[in-house]
Design a protein around this ligand. Structure first.
Ligand code: ATP
Ligand code: MG
Length: 316
């Protein structure tokens, strides 16, 4: 998987829906995104906006009944057209993923090292001492200070932050060129969170990464570009510096305004349902600059300048 252009991902017109009784939950709606080689793209948005569904769709980890359309092109191959065996090779080997809340999936009665070694065996095909030394190397790579001792520890002997590092090590076990990290800092206190984010930054220097988070401050620290998701759609995308210094979408402005250093003022109202989204702009019920036409016309995602996209008829 390490070839020219390795780690480049193009998501084109991706829609993901779930049948829920008689209703259709439209979790992801015609999303277009690109992650360039060696880039960290942040995907931010409130709870329930579709971030995890999007991440899991990339690796085809959703239930087979899920309705998925569009294209997910990784290194020139549309993943949605691959057979299950080819997809298995992509998972871990090409694209690694740290699943949201995955720390809870660590087996409490198997040592940390053995669990990582199992991932190494699965993805690299090596066994025995070779798998063990690769697991130790991975523990070192993710910043476990004494990896030989750490190998023999059980999950309950590690702190939350150390176990999160273990999940990152497992995601790296196949030496992927692309990493999807889904909320890897949830539940950690600020200093630990900051150290994990720094680790992701180091990892991102060698690989491409999709960093899924609702923590704009964390995304701002390490992402080259940020895509803002609202109610299943991308509403703004641009370089981190541009987006933070001059947000174009009212929702992005609201997210920035809710940062502690910007006064902590939350966006009023709640995200609309993904079953019956408003017909016009999905943010219009919460937008303080909403015009009549915003309630009627669903705005397209427009390219405002090179690499700068916004979905708002009255953007700044
Ligand atoms: N299997 C499913 N069946 C029906 N609806 C689902 C299913 N999986 C997810 N959803 C819905 O899809 C929407 C998006 O969920 P998702 O988990 O992607 O949100 P998220 O942005 O990751 O939120 P969070 O920040 O809380 O992790 C939610 O409304 C969720 O209820
Ligand atoms: Mg999620």
């Amino acid at each position: 998987m390490t070839k020219t252009g390795a780690g480049v991902l193009h998501i084109r017109n991706l829609s993901v829906s779930f049948q829920s009784g008689h209703e259709l939950v439209r979790a992801v709606n015609t999303v277009n995104l690109t992650v360039k080689p060696g880039e960290i793209l942040g995907l931010i948005g409130e709870t329930g906006c579709g971030k995890t569904v999007l991440g899991m769709a990339i690796l085809r980890l959703l239930h087979p009944d899920t309705l998925i359309s569009g294209e997910i092109v990784y290194n020139g191959t549309n993943l949605l057209a691959l057979g299950e065996e080819e997809m298995r090779q992509i998972r871990g080997g090409g694209i690694g993923m740290v699943l949201q809340n995955s720390v809870t999936s660590l087996n409490p009665v198997v040592t940390i090292g053995r669990q990582i070694a199992e991932s190494v065996e699965l993805h690299q095909g090596c066994t025995g001492d070779a798998a063990r030394s690769e697991a130790v190397r991975l523990l070192k790579e993710v910043g476990i200070s004494d990896p030989e001792t750490g190998y023999d520890a059980y999950p309950h002997e590690f702190s939350g932050g150390m176990n999160e590092r273990v999940m990152i090590a497992m995601a790296l076990a196949g030496n992927p060129s692309f990493l999807i990290a889904d909320e890897p800092t949830t539940g950690l206190d600020t200093p630990v969170k900051n150290r994990i984010v720094s680790l992701l930054q180091d990892i991102g220097r060698k690989r491409s990464m999709l960093f899924i988070t609702h923590d704009l401050a964390a995304a701002a620290r390490i992402c080259d570009r940020i895509a803002v998701m609202y109610c299943g759609e991308i509403v703004e995308c641009g370089s981190t510096a541009d987006l933070l210094s001059g947000p174009l979408h009212p929702y992005t402005r609201g997210l920035i305004g809710s940062l502690p250093q910007r006064g902590f003022s939350p966006i009023s109202g709640m995200s609309p349902s993904l079953i019956n989204a408003p017909p016009g702009c999905r943010f219009s019920p919460r937008c303080d600059r909403c015009h009549e036409c915003c309630r009627e016309h669903h705005p397209p995602l427009q390219e405002i300048s090179n690499g700068r996209y916004v979905r708002c008829l009255f953007h700044d």
